[in-house]
Design a protein around this ligand. Structure first.
Ligand code: AMP
Length: 211
């Protein structure tokens, strides 16, 4: 299965991607996680991306397209993959098409802006492996500690209220048009994000069983 997850920041893409990944035994490729890892390591790409991510803006297309090209060429993507956070612009979607990669579906998780703002304040991520948690909706087994790797759970810098507002604006202006793009290809699936992770998962798996 080659799947794209669409949806506003905080809609639950990363959380659902982890679950689908395990169920279908395919990797999740999160451009956000790759960029955060590069930032932490201080690589050239990370340094270039820093100012954009901190303002809640998108990193230039050519940078993320380069990241995705390299990542999709690795062996573990042969049986399929989930793209979480890519594409985010029409040129990125066109670049994917031009790579000859035909996805099976683009699944959009719909959540109202007002709900997103509430959710983002409780979001935590693992500083080591990038796994996502929530203080109310997806608590770790031990407070402040990642279930998967034991890393420390932190608040993402770009989850601060003002940055979230900008990220939502960027989402509506630049990423939401991708729904029409994939609808025209007959590949768009839409589900309503629910409060409980497992309720959203049920809708997501139901939608995926139809492809
Ligand atoms: P995310 O974790 O997916 O919310 O991504 C965090 C930040 O990384 C975004 O706000 C962007 O600055 C950058 N980013 C991640 N994916 C992309 C992408 N496909 N295109 C441009 N910028 C991206």
């Amino acid at each position: 299965m080659k799947l794209i997850l669409l949806g506003a920041p905080g809609a639950g893409k990363g959380t659902q991607a982890e679950i689908i990944s395990e169920k279908y035994n395919i990797p999740t490729i999160s451009t956000g996680n790759i960029i955060r890892a590069a930032l932490k390591e201080g690589t050239e790409m990370g340094i270039r991306a820093k100012a954009y991510t901190e303002r809640g803006e998108l990193v230039p297309d050519e940078v993320v397209i380069g990241i995705i090209k390299e990542r999709l060429a690795l062996d573990d993507c042969k049986e399929g993959f989930i793209l979480d956070g890519f594409p985010r612009t029409i040129p990125q979607a066109q670049a994917l098409d031009n790579m000859g990669i035909a996805v099976d579906a683009a699944l959009s998780i719909e959540v109202a802006d007002s709900e997103i703002v509430k959710r983002m304040s409780g979001r935590r991520v693992c500083a080591s492996c990038g796994a996502s948690y929530h203080t109310e909706f997806k608590k770790p087994e031990r407070e402040g500690i990642c279930n998967l790797c034991g890393g420390e759970l932190v608040i993402r810098k770009d989850d601060e209220a003002e940055t979230v507002k900008n990220r939502l604006k960027v989402y509506h202006e630049q990423t939401e048009p991708l729904k029409s793009y994939y609808k025209a290809q007959g590949k768009l699936l839409e589900v309503e994000g629910q409060d409980k992770v497992s309720d959203t998962t049920a809708l997501v798996l139901g939608a995926l069983s139809e492809i």
